[in-house]
Design a protein around this ligand. Structure first.
Ligand code: MRU
Length: 354
């Protein structure tokens, strides 16, 4: 079994339900959920059953398509109103990953462009095709990010990653872990991947370590506070992480703890790269100060995963799900269009990212 062959997000064969691999159960159980109502699609995104910025985008695209299909009748204004209401609802499920609103806006643009010229059944089919395109593109872009990332690697390298920006976080291949998958395709068997556990939701332990180990990669799991000693011991040659939203100046939000890894990498002189599709770059946001940061429930820190509560009752808990890494700590940002180096705003412009 290789986790790369698990489908993260899909549409059912009758095209009536969003199909997701429930990532909250990994690595112990592989279970698919078929969802066709607004509350369960919202809940699946909110509870991280489907997670990772690009995968959230694909799930939202299929989600809004599944909901749009439920509209009865041929009233076009009514359809548009229904679509926008469902779009707003899904869009409110998580605030930080820009791919969610990006995918929903792209679906809405398809509706707006075709509302007058198509019948409602034709329009529904057209929305389904757009969702398929978003998924297929994500697979292509992830592969391309992987090729660019591989150009920075050397045989025997140790790569540190934080959270999960692997195949499970996208339609396939991932972003930060894509170079490792492409390396395997080229017959490289000598890379070492170090996965930060990633408190509190353990995406590094449950998902990245699972992906890398099942792909046959030499994999080491470390608690988040062990990154420094691992770097000091000379085990890490390069850091690859994903992003939930990149601002025009290259500041980027990613899973909580990423900015600490970037600070450590700078201290130890280790190159630090962010890998993300251009759909994760939000040129409407000048700097990371403008990125909304999701705050999550205190129980994720005090109780989840433990048999017994591991903190005194009533203690105050801080649980931001993401932090922002300052662009000054970033060696480069690897997109499907190539590798951007500072100053990032100009590099993005040259790449045609607007
Ligand atoms: O809360 P999550 O698990 O959705 O957070 C995921 C991350 O932070 C990923 O690194 C990011 O979305 C990039 S996925 C290619």
């Amino acid at each position: 079994m290789n986790a790369l062959n698990l489908t993260t997000v899909d549409i059912s064969t009758d095209r009536k339900r969003l199909v997701i691999l429930d990532q909250t159960l990994l690595p112990n159980e592989i279970k698919y959920l078929e969802l066709d109502d607004r509350e369960s699609i919202y809940e699946a995104i909110k509870k991280l059953r489907v997670r990772g910025a690009p995968a959230i985008g694909v799930a939202a695209a299929y989600g809004i398509y599944v909901l749009a299909r439920k509209f009865d009748g041929d009233d076009k204004d009514g359809f548009a109103e229904f679509f926008r209401r469902e779009k707003g609802y899904l869009n409110s499920s998580r605030p930080t990953a820009v791919n969610l609103s990006w995918a929903l806006r792209r679906m809405e643009a398809v509706m707006d462009d075709n509302l007058q010229s198509m019948t409602i059944p034709e329009l529904k089919d057209r929305l389904g095709k757009e969702a398929d395109d978003i998924r297929d593109e994500d697979i292509r872009l992830s592969r391309s990010i992987g090729e660019h990332g591989l150009s920075l690697l050397h045989h025997g390298d140790g790569i540190l990653t934080h959270c999960n920006a692997g195949s499970l976080a996208t339609a396939k291949y991932g972003t930060a872990l894509a170079p490792v998958y492409i390396a395997l395709e080229h017959g490289w068997n000598d890379l070492h991947v170090y996965c930060d556990e990633t408190r509190p939701l353990l995406q590094g332990a449950r998902l990245s370590a699972f992906e890398m180990q099942t792909a046959g990669v030499d994999t080491t799991l470390l608690c988040d506070n062990m990154a420094s000693i691992t770097m000091k011991r000379g085990k890490i040659n390069i850091v690859f992480v994903g992003a939930d939203r990149v601002a025009a100046n290259g500041d980027f939000a990613n899973k909580i703890g990423t900015s600490g890894v970037a600070i450590l990498a700078r201290y130890y002189g280790i190159p630090f790269y962010c890998l993300a599709p251009s759909s994760t770059i939000d040129m409407s946001i000048r700097s990371g100060d403008d990125i909304p940061i999701e705050e999550r429930a205190p129980e994720e820190v005090t109780e989840m995963w433990y048999k017994h509560r591991m903190a005194p009752e009533g203690v105050k808990v801080c649980n931001p799900a993401f932090d922002v890494t300052d662009h000054s700590l970033v060696t480069g940002i690897i997109t499907e269009k190539g590798i951007a180096y500072p100053p990032f705003d100009r590099a993005f412009e040259r790449m045609g990212i607007r």
